[in-house]
Design a protein around this ligand. Sequence first.
Ligand SMILES: [Zn+2]
Length: 303
Amino acid sequence: MVSRRLGVKRPQIYRFKLGAFEVTNILDGVFWRDGMHPRFGANQPLAAAQALAQANRIDATRFEHPFVPTLVDTGRELILFDTGNGGLARGVGVGDFSKNLPPGDLAALLPAAGYRVEDVDVVVITHGHPDHIGGLVTDGKPTFPNARYVFGAAEFDFWRRGENVREARKINRELFMKIAAPFGDKATFLDPGGELVPGIRAVDAAGHSPGLIAYHLESEGARALIWADTVIHYVMSLQRPDWTVDVDDDKDKAVATRKRILDMVATDRLWAIGYHMPFPSVGFVEATSEGYRWVPASYQLNG
Ligand SMILES: [Zn+2]
């Protein structure tokens, strides 16, 4: 056989049991970004970020950024948390996202996960950033034709009003108004503490975005937190939760929220499901002397 280079092959679908719920994580795409610093730890010396990367055997000059929407089948409804990048990198929406985001594979991967786009009963948007709303529409129509929609009330209101949107997010606001705001007519809106469906409730995670909502899942005593973008990188954000992150809209508030959520997940021994954690993006959190450590799930959730 002539030697061939086959390239990287990786899993894109992972389903596990959480009590009576079935939870499916799907790798919508990955994007390689330059520079760990100053994206992470702009309030720290470069050498500190380099040392932390080195200690964790990861490149200090670039990192892989995964995008992982989550489906939860509660037995009554199929709920999708965030919609991935959709067609943004192919010019859908406004502006050119092709230099920042990969094409979204979520809809194409659904059949291999055992679902059709028509099967999704509820679409939940944790916050209004492009990589979470990009998959709401395909060819100008709703990607999930039978779904109802749920947004965080404060988050939706922030984008709709368009006041105090920082410069870097102005294009994001345009995008939100074009592809997400139209769903407002038939959406419902949740506040922190509110119940999405029995067993799933909203948790305040504002900071990364003005009204970011995390979701606490509980079924037959098994518990998990979909923390969305509270934590962006599995080393930088966990091991040094105090370090600022460039994509956090309110950096100080994001630090406080990150510490509160990480403390809750570690103390309450919750499973964490993280949109930007390395696939399959489920694990637990262990407290350390300076922060926390991401411990990926092995087989605990398979049985
Ligand atoms: Zn994100």
